[in-house]
Design a binder for this molecule. Structure first.
Ligand SMILES: *[C@@H]1O[C@H](CO)[C@@H](O)[C@H](O)[C@H]1NC(C)=O
Ligand SMILES: *[C@@H]1O[C@H](CO)[C@@H](O)[C@H](O)[C@H]1NC(C)=O
Length: 195
């Protein structure tokens, strides 16, 4: 009995630690998986429709730092950005605010640890479609807290660049977190779920 306890206890502890470390919700809960991945990621690939010659009208994908809230068990689900009108993709957005944002657990230690290739659906990735919009004054405080707490360098970015806070206004969500193809999640499901 004593021996069993000694042998079982470390296994149970290890299982708990492993669950806490990965923490990814079950793949059936696609909305929760989406919220989990967004909160785990510090950046995303943002695709715009180029307004710059010679690419005008073609997709243009670029890296942006983001945050849906300060580090902690859960975020708001809203991807916030800190942008300047001098940035090439932001100039695209001024012409056409439609964009696509992709985040993936490949950006965290999770997939390497599990041995999942980034293209493997088990290395969960989320694709959003929508628009990138300036946040209003009410929301600015939270956007600033969310971004500056996870990207401390932002505070020292050149003041004369006219930085502003923006968010991804989500209209469509696709979740790739298991075999069998893309799953769709509505923005309502995404925002109403408890991550
Ligand atoms: C600011 O935006 C938030 C989130 O979209 C919204 O709930 C709030 O009503 C807006 N505030 C004002 C003053 O427009
Ligand atoms: C978000 O996108 C929807 C659909 O394109 C649009 O109707 C709505 O006005 C947008 N919200 C904001 C705050 O721009």
């Amino acid at each position: 009995m004593g021996l069993w306890r000694l042998r079982l206890l470390p296994c149970a502890l290890l299982a708990l630690v492993a669950a806490g470390a990965s923490g990814i919700p079950p793949h059936e809960d696609a909305a929760r998986v989406a919220r989990y991945v967004v909160h785990a990621c510090d950046w995303g690939a943002l695709a715009t429709l180029s307004a710059q010659e010679p690419l005008r009208g073609r997709p243009f994908s670029n890296v942006f730092s983001l945050s849906d809230g300060p580090a902690g068990p859960r975020g708001s689900g809203v991807p916030y950005f800190y942008l300047t009108p001098l940035e090439v993709s932001v100039r695209d957005l001024q012409v056409n605010a439609y964009a696509s944002l992709t985040v993936s657990l490949a950006q965290t230690p999770y997939c390497k640890k599990k041995g999942y290739d980034p293209q493997n659906p088990l290395c969960a990735h989320i694709i959003f479609s929508g628009t990138v919009d300036k946040v209003n004054d009410t929301e600015t405080d939270f956007a600033k807290l969310a971004l500056f707490s996870r990207h401390p360098e932002m505070e020292s970015w050149p003041r004369d660049h006219n930085w502003f806070f923006a968010k991804f206004n989500i209209t469509n969500i696709w979740v790739l977190d298991y075999f069998g193809g893309l799953k769709t999640v509505t923005p309502e499901e995404y925002y109403n779920v408890t991550p």
